[in-house]
Design a binder for this molecule. Structure first.
Ligand SMILES: [Zn+2]
Length: 323
């Protein structure tokens, strides 16, 4: 099932989950909706909603898990020929964040970059969610204060390193060591580094939020559904090898690794579903259809070639799919 929340250009949510069909956000959703109907539903009762970039909302029963919940978009130039301006100040739209994420039990951070971590203080303070991240991610959160003075409540922060397997009442989380995508001829990570130890100085610009170590996640929702999620186009093959998700959330990119998608799908046992992530230009509004930054076709073709039986489900901004 596919549905949309409707977020107007003024940032107001005017709809709610459960509206079947691609409502209000253009034709991008139609392909996935059509594909979904060709196969019987798994009836797992697990819903996945995309809030752009790598922001995911996973809901089942009364539980809400968020991955990298960032919806306050601001101009950075990241996908322009000049690249991003590292001195771009961070900014926030609290009303938008609260409307998009009214409830959360757990927030999973894949890494510390601005397009993943910036809105977490607002989400954590508003929802009371537990936030899982590395020592560096959480240290940067401790140094991150919105313009309204909101900070992530320290007692909600849970440090992980990769390797943990946690049992929560309705699901398990396996935290996976991972690595960030690397670009250019020197294979460099943007805004690299870590922030262990004492709390760093105040975080004000996008370059103040460094990678901080990269994580992936493997979620098991009872015996109903298993989700594998990455937040950037890279991974450690021996860490993901042998995991058997029903759904893999796979970033576009991965150009620094030979056979990025094929190797991943082979390691994961060719999951039934793949959903692409981190493929839109986040300088553009969430209220408009997502604009491919150039990696979507490459990923789709690679998935199709490596794993023909896998269903590639493309979600547009705010769109939800229920498995
Ligand atoms: Zn990143």
């Amino acid at each position: 099932m596919t549905s949309d929340k409707q977020l107007t250009r003024r940032g107001m949510l005017v709809g709610s989950a459960g509206v079947v069909g691609a409502v209000g956000l253009g034709a991008v959703a139609c392909a996935s909706a059509a594909r979904t109907t060709r196969r019987p539903p798994t009836n797992a009762g697990v819903s996945l909603r995309w809030w752009g970039n790598n922001a995911w909302e996973i809901t089942f029963d009364t539980t809400t898990i968020l991955i990298d919940p960032w919806v306050t978009r601001f101009h950075t130039g990241t996908y322009s020929p000049e690249g991003s301006d590292p001195n771009t100040p961070l900014s926030w739209n609290p009303d938008l964040v609260h409307r998009c994420f009214p409830k959360a039990d757990t927030v999973l951070l894949t890494h510390g970059h601005f397009d993943h971590l910036t809105d977490v203080p607002l989400v954590a303070a508003h929802t009371g969610a537990t936030v899982l991240g590395t020592e560096s991610h959480l240290n940067m959160l401790r140094a991150l204060r919105t313009t309204d003075g909101v900070q992530a409540p320290p007692d909600q922060l849970a440090t992980v390193t990769g390797g943990e397997l946690y049992q929560y009442p309705d699901f398990t989380v396996q935290v996976l060591r991972s690595v960030h995508s690397a670009t250019g001829k020197r294979r460099q990570v943007p805004f690299p580094g870590t922030r262990p130890g004492p709390q760093p100085p105040a975080v004000r610009t996008i370059s103040d939020l460094v990678d901080g170590g990269t994580l992936g996640y493997f979620l098991t929702i009872g015996d109903r559904f298993r989700i594998f999620a990455l937040g950037t186009g890279n991974y450690i093959p021996e860490v993901v090898d042998g995991l058997r998700p029903d759904l893999a959330i796979v970033p576009t990119g991965g150009g620094s690794m030979p056979d990025y998608a094929k190797r991943l799908l082979d390691c994961l046992g060719h999951p039934r579903f793949v959903v692409p992530t981190h493929w839109d230009d986040f300088d553009l509004p969430l209220t408009e259809p997502a604009k491919d930054t150039g990696g979507l076709t490459t990923l789709r073709d690679a998935v199709s070639a490596a794993s023909p039986a896998t269903e590639f489900i493309l979600l547009d901004h705010q769109q939800q799919h229920t498995f």
